[in-house]
Structures are given as structure tokens and as C-alpha cells.
Design a binder for this molecule. Structure first.
Ligand SMILES: [Zn+2]
Length: 390
């Protein structure tokens, strides 16, 4: 049940706020939808009390890659399912809409969601209309810089970057030319590029080499599907990182998980992590086809990274402060600020043995699970939707 309260205090939880370097038991007072105080033993006279004892309290979790054009094809999922229904306050659509559909997305999805919804606009006018198996960048007329610029300028408040499918399947005979055009567009609009790597959808085309893709990326751009097992990923035939990957990371290119139906492989992840390359963002790549597994939700994806060796603090940092940075929104998201609208997640960490499952049905043992309990936006306290988690 969701509750409204103009004055409540979250009491006794362990607050982990990496951006403000807080990790300890703090109470949080929320009045009129804004964080009024963060401190020890805050009074609660007339306030509603949310008992957070033995719980983790964090700035609102951020899932940086999903497919949220509700009703579109086999993928479009209601943002509130992976959002407030999963204890997550911000979700980001990765290119469902090209410039022609952005206002439809805004009117139909963003404005009706309880979760904050941000967007990467697709470089291709087709966006997610055809589904992922088509050559959406292979006709040069499907990129219209002037129209993308217009759409972006009219929607700067929700646009965080430009999505590009850098696969042989999507690029077709255009080869790397769309990346060249994306680079110029990103520079002129001052927006990062979000680049999908890995031939997860088309098997009959020559894969694009990740080294060729990275030539077009700069600090702040994002590579998603860093742990993909499909051709075009970060590893060479011997399981070593391509040298261009290391160079890119050193130059400030960011790496995102993008779990999805196809692109989290534990063997690949182990090899990548063993060579010292860590994710900047953690994301579900959530859509209608993976909610019931293998993805479930962001907290479960975070717990899978813990099974791969990251600490609770590290995965929380990825899903809060680092995600906000990756979106260019550190000034408004990813940390608790007194005086700003309340945007908070509350979770339970369960110590129990379970098997984490990747996109290829590979398993690794996991010792802790992350279970969302509440998330808060303004005056509303949301309880997650029921989902069968592993
Ligand atoms: Zn995706």
C-alpha cells in the first residue's frame, strides 16, 4: 500500500550516502515532501514514523538502462514496475523513442509515471519501433540531426544522452558512419553517447569491433553491456581485454552493466573484473521479457554484483552517486540534501544462500540478497510490487 504523509521520520536505519560520505545510523525527517533534517535521534512528535531499524537507507536508487515505452512491442514495460515497484526512484529509458516519438513518450509514459523517468533519445528515427533485430541505422535518412536537435532542445529536462546501437546488425552497410554522426551530434548538443555493444540480436552479420566503436567515444560517454558474451564485447579471443578498452576507460569512458536477457555473463564478468575493469553504472536493461527472470529488478542485479565480489557500499555507490554522475545529474540525484525533495530507498539485506543466474543460465553462489522495502518520492511512501525473486 502506498501512503501519503506531509511529515514523517525514517527512524533507526543505516544510512549509506556515498556522495556525502555518510555511513551510519541516522534518522531522516521529511516535511512537505522535502528532506528537513538528517541526524541522530530526531524527535517524532506528530510525525508518521517509518521504522527502519536493521534496514539500509540510501538516496533513491537509479536504474540507468531500461525499455519503458509501455506497450511498445515485446519490450515496453511500465516504468513503475522496475521503478517504484522495485524500490527504485529513477529509471532511464535507453532509446525507445527517436525524435518523432519523444513527445508521445513524454505525454504517455513520463507524465503518467510515479517514478522519475529520464531518456536517451535514439540516434535512429525508428528507435525501438521495429524491435532490436533490424538495421535501424543502415539507411542514412534514418538519422536526422536537425530534428533530433529540436526534440532535445524542447526536452532538455528529461534527455540525458543519445542512444546508439553499435552492432553490425543495426549499422548494416553504413558501417561506422552513424557513429561519426553521433559524435558530432553529441558534441554540438553537449550530450553523452550511450552505446550498445555486442551482437545480441543478429547472428548473420559481421560484428563491429569494440576498438572501432571506442574511437568515437570521449570522457563521459557510456558503453553498455560490458559483460556481454556475444561477439563485439570487451574481451579478445583469449579472454583478455582489448587494449583499446583499457585506454578508453582511462580516458574517462564509462562502463555500464546492462544485464538484460542476453548481456550479463558471469564468466565474462569474472574475466573483465579480474583484469581490473569495474562498472561505473549498474542497470537492469529491464523490459517486459525479463522481469520474471533472469533480471527481476535492480536490487537483484546489485546483489548479483555482490556475488561477483563487490561490497554493499560499492553497489549502492554504483546505483546512486555514480549513476547520478553518469546521467550528468549529480546536482539533483544520488545524494540526500536537506531542503530538496525527498528521494529515498529503504532496503533489507538478507543473509542467505541463493544461486545468482546470468543471462546464459550460468550460476554462481550468492550469500546476500537485497530486498526493497519502501521508496519515497516527496510525500509518498511506496511499497514494492510483489515479484518472485530468487
Ligand atoms: Zn537495452
Amino acid at each position: 500500500m502506498n501512503r501519503q504523509s506531509s511529515h514523517f521520520v525514517i527512524k533507526g536505519g543505516r544510512l549509506i550516502d556515498r556522495a556525502s560520505k555518510r555511513d551510519g545510523v541516522f534518522d531522516i525527517r521529511v516535511r512537505d515532501g522535502k528532506v528537513a533534517a538528517v541526524g541522530a535521534n530526531l524527535g517524532s512528535d506528530s510525525a508518521t514514523v517509518i521504522d527502519a531499524k536493521d534496514h539500509i537507507v540510501t538516496p533513491g536508487l537509479i536504474d540507468v538502462h531500461l525499455h519503458l515505452m509501455k506497450g511498445l512491442g515485446a519490450f515496453g514495460v511500465d516504468p513503475d514496475i522496475f521503478g517504484i515497484g522495485s524500490g527504485v526512484t529513477t529509471v532511464v529509458d535507453a532509446g525507445s523513442a527517436g525524435h518523432t516519438l519523444l513527445n508521445v513518450f513524454r505525454n504517455y509514459v513520463t507524465d503518467n509515471a510515479k517514478t522519475r523517468v529520464l531518456n536517451y533519445i535514439n540516434l535512429s528515427t525508428l528507435g525501438g519501433v521495429s524491435g532490436p533485430g533490424y538495421s535501424i541505422l543502415a539507411d542514412p535518412r534514418l538519422i536526422d540531426e536537425a530534428k533530433i536537435e529540436q526534440a532535445v532542445e524542447a526536452n532538455r529536462d528529461i534527455i540525458v544522452g543519445i542512444k546508439i546501437m553499435a552492432t553490425g546488425g543495426a549499422l548494416g552497410a553504413q558501417g561506422l558512419k552513424p557513429l561519426e554522426r553521433a559524435r558530432r551530434l553529441g558534441d554540438s548538443l553537449k550530450l553523452p553517447l550511450l552505446v550498445h555493444i555486442g551482437e545480441s540480436w543478429t547472428k548473420d552479420t559481421a560484428p563491429v569491433h569494440v576498438g572501432d566503436v571506442l574511437k568515437y567515444l570521449r570522457a563521459g560517454d557510456i558503453v553498455t553491456h560490458m559483460f556481454t558474451v556475444h561477439p563485439g564485447g570487451l574481451l579478445d579471443g583469449n579472454g583478455k581485454l582489448w587494449p583499446q578498452v583499457r585506454d578508453a576507460k582511462e580516458s574517462g569512458v564509462l562502463m555500464d552493466v546492462g544485464h538484460g536477457l542476453h548481456n550479463l555473463n558471469f564468466d565474462v564478468a569474472r574475466k573483465v573484473l579480474d583484469q581490473g575493469l569495474h562498472p561505473d553504472g549498474v542497470s537492469t536493461d529491464g523490459h517486459r521479457g525479463n522481469r520474471a527472470g533472469p533480471v527481476y529488478d535492480l536490487p537483484t542485479t546489485m546483489a548479483k554484483l555482490m556475488a561477483l565480489g563487490f561490497s554493499l557500499n560499492q553497489v549502492i555507490e554504483m546505483a546512486t552517486a555514480n549513476a547520478a554522475k553518469l546521467l550528468g545529474r549529480s546536482n539533483e540525484l544520488g545524494t540526500l540534501r536537506v531542503g530538496e525533495p525527498a528521494d529515498i530507498s529503504i532496503m533489507k539485506i538478507e543473509d542467505r544462500e541463493w544461486q545468482a543466474v546470468d543471462s546464459q543460465k550460468g550460476t554462481i553462489p550468492a550469500h546476500q540478497a537485497i530486498v526493497p522495502v519502501y521508496c519515497i518520492r516527496g510525500e509518498t511512501i511506496y511499497e514494492p510490487m510483489a515479484v518472485e525473486r530468487p
